[in-house]
Structure formats: structure tokens, C-alpha cells
Design a protein. Structure first.
Length: 187
């Protein structure tokens, strides 16, 4: 009998790969699932410190309000790795589908919304590492660089320019009004 833990993400990956329409329909979900499968397989010692925050996806207005009332924040990054390393308090990653899946480069660049950027900037100001990953491969590059060291992490060349996530400047307050963001969304 094999005592190896079963990767809980592989079942979802297989389900989606058997029906590629599911991947086309929700590529970001697929990529994030691939990321967690890789962390589970290659970094089991860190897997339980890595989690997802399911903010995205279609929800009816009542459900969105209920979740917001519970504390869910619009723009909160998709994944977090809560292990302090190299002067950071933890790692936050906002996932997007791979940039080649967008109609054009400018569409991919606009995929990260202002409230997502502001949330990452607020976290960076609190000494967290914050990044946008376009796909599971970029997500793993970020995760592995975070484990290796600050200079490796800061030297990453990614599709989303990390300079965009600078600390707020003196006097600037990055705020997110989750209720206003919800109100702006339509059913």
C-alpha cells in the first residue's frame, strides 16, 4: 500500500483536460490549480502554508454582498504563502491566465484591475512580497524565487512589470472600497 499523499489538485486538472472547453471557460482557475499541484508535489513542506482566496468567479449580487459582509475584499490576491523569508512577511500572488491566451498584449496588460494593483501595493508597503503571475509557470517562478532569496525575487523578469507595485508614496493612501466595487459589478 502506498502511503504517499494524494495530490488533491490532480483530479480537477484531469477533469478539465478531458474537456478542454472547461479550460477555455476558466483558464485562470486551471492555471491556479496547476500551481497548487506543483507546490503540493515539489514543495510538500510548504504546501500547508500556501492558500487560495476565492474572490473571483460569477456570483449573484446577494452572494457577493454576503461574502463581502464576511470580510472578503475585492482585489485581494488569489494566493498567499504565509512564510516569512528574506525580510518579507509572506508572499501574495494575483493570478491571471497566460498572456498568450489574451486577444492581444494590451488586453493582457489591462487584465489586472486598479483595485488589484492597489491591494498588492498596500501589501508591499507592509513588507509582503506581491506579484502578478500570468499563468502557473510564472507563478512557480515567483514562488521558487521567493524561496531562494530577495535578490533572486527582485531580479525576476515577468510579463507584469513589478515596478508598478511600488510602495505608496508619502501622503498617498491606497484604499479599496469593496462594497463600491461590488456595487459596480452587474449580474
Amino acid at each position: 500500500m502506498n502511503n504517499e499523499p494524494i495530490n488533491p489538485h490532480r483530479k480537477e486538472i484531469l477533469r478539465m483536460e478531458r474537456n478542454p472547453v472547461l479550460i477555455d471557460k476558466d483558464r485562470e482557475h486551471y492555471e491556479q490549480t496547476l500551481f497548487f499541484a506543483e507546490v503540493f508535489d515539489n514543495y510538500p513542506q510548504y504546501y500547508n502554508l500556501t492558500a487560495a482566496t476565492p474572490n473571483g468567479g460569477f456570483r449573484k449580487k446577494g452572494e457577493r454582498w454576503r461574502l463581502c459582509a464576511e470580510g472578503q475584499k475585492a482585489g485581494w490576491p488569489d494566493t498567499q504563502f504565509m512564510m516569512p523569508r528574506h525580510g518579507y512577511n509572506g508572499l501574495f500572488i494575483e493570478f491571471k491566465k497566460p498572456f498568450e491566451c489574451y486577444r492581444c498584449i494590451s488586453d493582457a496588460r489591462r487584465a489586472t484591475k486598479p483595485h488589484q494593483i492597489n491591494t498588492l501595493r498596500m501589501l508591499v508597503a507592509q513588507d509582503y512580497a506581491g506579484f502578478v503571475a500570468f499563468g502557473a509557470k510564472e507563478g512557480m517562478r515567483i514562488f521558487e524565487a521567493y524561496l531562494q532569496g530577495r535578490s533572486t525575487l527582485e531580479g525576476l523578469k515577468l510579463f507584469f512589470p513589478n515596478e508598478t507595485l511600488n510602495n505608496p508614496f508619502d501622503g498617498e493612501l491606497c484604499t479599496i472600497d469593496s462594497f463600491a466595487t461590488l456595487e459596480a459589478q452587474t449580474d
